[in-house]
Design a protein around this ligand. Structure first.
Ligand SMILES: Nc1ncnc2c1ncn2[C@@H]1O[C@H](COP(=O)(O)OP(=O)(O)OP(=O)(O)O)[C@@H](O)[C@H]1O
Length: 127
């Protein structure tokens, strides 16, 4: 196999991985109301960023928060699916796994809200 074939196969693998990730996002988005709500809030925050003309460093923080929030929600969904795959019966460890994953999203969301307020409140001339 020459190097052109090898790099074509690498590209195909990369494209396949990307399409699996797109499918994963689509599935989670269609089925998870929380992910839809977080995506909507993200769009509102982006619109607010344009409206208030926030600085470049503020944009970087906001984008990091949005990416982190959606990533946390996706990981939470993945954990829920794995738990449901392992058992449909009540199990204290299943409960712990789901509740801890949900807590991770909550902690991230709470942090994001605080940082969001620190960024946007000065633009509202409230503080
Ligand atoms: N197999 C299980 N064993 C024990 N507790 C479970 C099990 N499955 C879910 N639970 C618990 O029941 C509650 C509801 O879980 P559920 O799977 O409906 O997710 P959820 O928190 O409603 O999230 P979502 O709305 O994203 O589905 C949670 O406290 C969860 O820990």
């Amino acid at each position: 196999m020459d190097s052109t074939d090898k790099s074509r196969r690498e590209w195909n693998r990369l494209i396949k991985s990307f399409s699996y990730a797109c499918n994963g996002f689509k599935n989670a988005f269609v089925q998870e109301r929380n992910l839809q709500i977080h995506s909507l809030i993200s769009l509102i925050v982006i619109a607010a960023g344009f409206f208030f003309g926030i600085s470049k460093s503020e944009w970087l923080v906001i984008l990091l928060l949005i990416g982190g929030m959606i990533t946390a929600e996706l990981l939470n969904t993945a954990i829920e699916r794995v738990v449901d795959l392992v058992t449909k019966d009540y199990h204290p460890l299943a409960k712990q796994a789901k509740d801890i994953a949900a807590a991770a999203v909550f902690v991230y969301a709470f942090t994001a809200i605080i940082i969001g307020l620190v960024i946007f409140l000065p633009y509202l001339n409230i503080i």
